[in-house]
Design a binder for this molecule. Structure first.
Ligand code: EPZ
Length: 418
């Protein structure tokens, strides 16, 4: 196992290009199950989660090749509908094959995702939707078993706005008989990216990007030809905070301003300088950072996947900030590690009360999940002295060479074997 070491206090300066989005490419890979033949995806990030999904598709019988950001998935000879526990336990997003397998084979057996460090994550809405589309559902030996010779369109009212739930039901209904309507659907840009790709494959989806999505079932889909995965708005947001917390000046290429309104609004409010330039955004700071309150919400609200990174920034801001987590109310494991670096954070219910301190000091820390590990890297960049972060395999699940890119931008950061 590896750990990351950071000598803090270096400005982050220069230019970085944002990779393809983890939370867009995973459902896009699952979508390739629906069309027999070879699909091609571009701008695919080199992440552990992408390799896990590729392995899952191979177990299901697909041929997957991945090199230099280009992935081909040939689903012609897929002949298996069982997603095993050993893989699903390493990545909850594996549940995204449940819908497409049921749609293609009339049945699926997918391991039920287990516990998660960021809190309760049931999939009841995924199953409720599949039942409305006419599938039998059984939970046996820790597996979800679906059975539906032919899925039929219906109206699916979500009780909560769920990203992968919306994606799973879109994937389930594109080949279903008749029309499906998703109510209170998720509006995340990653959902839009999936719908755009499916429409290129011959699907008939409208309303994506809003909370009412309509899918008219079609008879057949063709493989995806050369689809460019959207840029990762969470990776982009993480680099923005790296620039602000180090009083840096960074040009972030290939990030979409229009997908990041809530975060950009907050960064401007606290005193960061953000400028749109050709091909991206310039983010800089003179170090005078004010406190602010944050409430995480479904898109277009403030993303929960930026809460931990924002907590790091508020730890040395001028004043008191209250960060309220409405999506994953217990998503605060990073708070204890930041306290080890001198932050003043009190947890009250699903809120964290952060009183800004002069500065953080380097310390040994431990990552608990993907975004928590990013928040510790940011803390290490801004702190005085040496920070060590263990269990960085969490980071590699969702960031494409974050430490290497930060080193190029001026950080003193490297890896060592634990
Ligand atoms: C997606 O997870 C993302 N993962 C998460 O990113 C992200 O934090 C989350 O959306 C919210 O934006 C992927 O896209 C692969 P949800 P997902 O279903 O779909 C409740 C990262 O760091 N809920 O939108 O699993 C649930 O408990 C990861 O990249 C139900 O109650 O999240 C939560 O409170 C972490 N029943 C809320 O809805 C359900 O059936 C939103 O969860 C489904 C969800």
């Amino acid at each position: 196992m590896e750990k990351i070491i950071i000598e803090g206090g270096k400005k982050i300066e220069g230019e970085v290009t944002v990779s393809g989005a983890k939370n867009a490419v995973l459902p896009l890979m699952a979508a390739c199950i629906l069309a027999e033949g070879k699909s091609t995806l571009r701008n695919v990030p080199d992440l552990a989660d992408v390799r896990t999904m590729a392995k899952l598709l191979q177990i299901l019988g697909a041929e997957v090749e991945f090199e230099n950001g280009v992935m081909t998935i040939d689903s012609s000879n897929m002949n298996n509908w069982v997603a095993p526990y050993d893989l699903v336990k390493t990545m909850r997003a594996s549940v995204l094959v449940l819908g497409p397998l049921t749609a293609r084979f009339g049945r699926a057996r997918v391991s039920l995702p287990g516990g998660c460090a960021i809190g309760e994550r049931p999939i009841d809405q995924h199953l409720k939707g599949l039942e409305i589309l006419g599938s039998e559902i059984e939970i046996e030996e820790g597996y979800i078993e679906t059975n539906a010779p032919k899925l039929k369109g219906g109206i699916i009212p979500f009780d909560v706005s769920t990203v992968t739930g919306t994606e799973n039901l879109i994937l389930s209904s594109v080949l279903a008989e008749g029309e499906t309507m998703l109510l209170n659907a998720a509006c995340e840009p990653e959902v839009t990216d999936l719908a755009l790709a499916l429409n290129e494959m011959g699907a008939d989806i409208t309303g994506f990007g809003t909370d009412i999505i309509t899918i008219k079932g079609v008879g057949k889909l063709s493989p995806l030809v050369d689809y460019e995965v959207m840029p990762d708005r969470i990776e982009a947001g993480t680099y923005m905070i790296a620039s602000v917390i180090t009083k840096g000046d960074l040009f972030i290429r290939n990030c979409r301003f229009e997908n990041m309104g809530a975060l950009i609004g907050k960064l401007i409010e606290i005193g960061a300088h953000i400028k749109r330039e050709d091909g991206g955004l310039r983010v800089s700071s003179n170090g005078e950072i004010r406190s602010t309150d944050i409430t995480t919400l479904p898109y277009p609200g403030f993303p929960t996947d930026m809460q931990a990174q924002m907590m790091t920034l508020m730890s040395t801001a001028d004043g008191l900030s209250v960060l309220t987590e409405t999506i994953f109310p217990q998503r605060f494991l990073h708070a204890g590690e930041l306290r080890r670096m001198g932050a003043d954070i009190k947890l009250v219910g699903n809120s964290a009360v952060v009183r800004g301190v002069q500065g953080l000091s380097g310390a040994p820390t431990m990552a608990s999940d993907l975004r928590a590990s990013a928040s510790l890297v940011l803390a290490g960049l801004g702190a005085t002295g040496r920070t060590e972060i263990s269990r960085v395999y969490h980071l590699d699940r969702g960031y494409d060479k974050l430490d290497e890119k930060l080193e190029i931008l001026g950080a003193r950061i490297w890896r060592e074997k634990e």
